[in-house]
Design a protein around this ligand. Sequence first.
Ligand code: CP3
Length: 320
Amino acid sequence: MRQAGRYLPEYRALRSRLGLLELCKTPEAAAQVTVLAVEKLGVDAAIIFADILLLAEPLGVGLAFHRGEGPRILRPVRTREEVARLPAVDPQDALAFVFDAIRLARRALGGRVPLIGFAGGPFTVASYLIEGGPSRDFLRTKKVMYSDPETWDALMTRLADLTARYLAGQIASGAEAVQLFDSWIGCLSPHAYRRFVLPYTRRVLAALPPDVPVIHFGTGTAGLLEAMRDAGGDVIGLDWRVELGAAWQRLGDRVAVQGNLDPAVLLAPPEEIRAGVRAILEAAGGRPGHIFNLGHGVLPMTPWERVRLVVDAVHELSQR
Ligand code: CP3
C-alpha cells in the first residue's frame, strides 16, 4: 500500500531527478526504491515499485503523470472504434522493465522478505482509460458500461487478457505473490459488479498459476465483499470502512484478509496509532490468515517514522 512514495525522503530525492515513468522504466532505480522501503520500514514483504497504469502506455493512449493532479490519459478510449484501434501489446516486450526490476529486487532482497508483484484490476484501469484521469463519480465509465455493453466487453476482455499475461510474466520473473488493485470498484452496485466486472476479474485470476497467492483489493467495497471473493483471490484486501472481524465473518474462513487501518490514523499521535493497530489485531483475534496492512495507500503528508511505528507496533502486539 504505497510502501515507497512521496513520504520517504530518499524517494523524493530520486524523484527530483527522475519522472515517475522514468523511475519505473529504470529497473535498477525501481528495485532500489523497493528495497529501500523494506529496510527503512521493517515490513514483512516488499512490493515492486511500478504503477497500475504502466500497461496503458503501450496501448498508445498517452499516459502522463502531472505533479499534484494524478495520472492523465491524453487520448481517452470511449467508443467501439477507439477500443478496436488499441494496438496488440505483448507485456513481455512492452513491460520488460518491470520484469527486470523484479529480478533485481529479488536478488537485492536475498530472501529476507518475499516480493509482491501487482497490476490494476480491469475495472480500475478501464476507468482511467475512459475518464482520461481520476474521477469522483465514474459517470463516463458507467455510461459505456450500461449503454454500450459490447464496447465495454471488448475493452474489459482486452484488459483482462493483457493483465493476466502481465501478472504471469511478473510471477515468472520472481514475484512470489501478486496483488490486484481494483481500487475504484466501490462506485458500483453489487449487481453491476457481478455483471460487468466479476467475469473479467475471474478471467485474470483463473489464468494465474494456482500456487502463487493472490491478494484482491478494492476500496469502498462493503457492499461487494462476497462478490469480490467470488471473483477470486486467496486474500481479500479490506479498506477501513468495514470492521475487520465482521467482514471476515461474511467472507468465510476459506479466504485470508488484509487490512485495514485508516491511513489517516498515521497523522495522529503515537498512542492513538498504537490504539488503532491494537483494535485491528483484536478484531482479527489471532486467527491464521490475517495480513496486517493499511486500508489504502500511505498519505503523502505522513511522517515516515509513523509508518515505521505502525510496523513495530504490529510486530510487538502480535507476538505470541
Ligand atoms: O507501494 C509501492 O511502493 C509500489 C508502488 C505503487 C505505485 N502505484 C507508485 C506510485 C503502487 C502499488 C501503485 C498502485 C496504484 N497506482 C494504484 C492502486 C492503489 C491505490 O492507491 O488505489 C492506483 C489507483 C494508481 C494510479 C496512480 N498512480 C495514482 C492515482 C497516482 C497519483 C496519486 C497521487 O497521490 O498523486 C499515481 C502516482 C504514483 N504511483 C505515486 C507512486 C509512489 C505518487 C508519487 C509520485 O508521483 O512519485
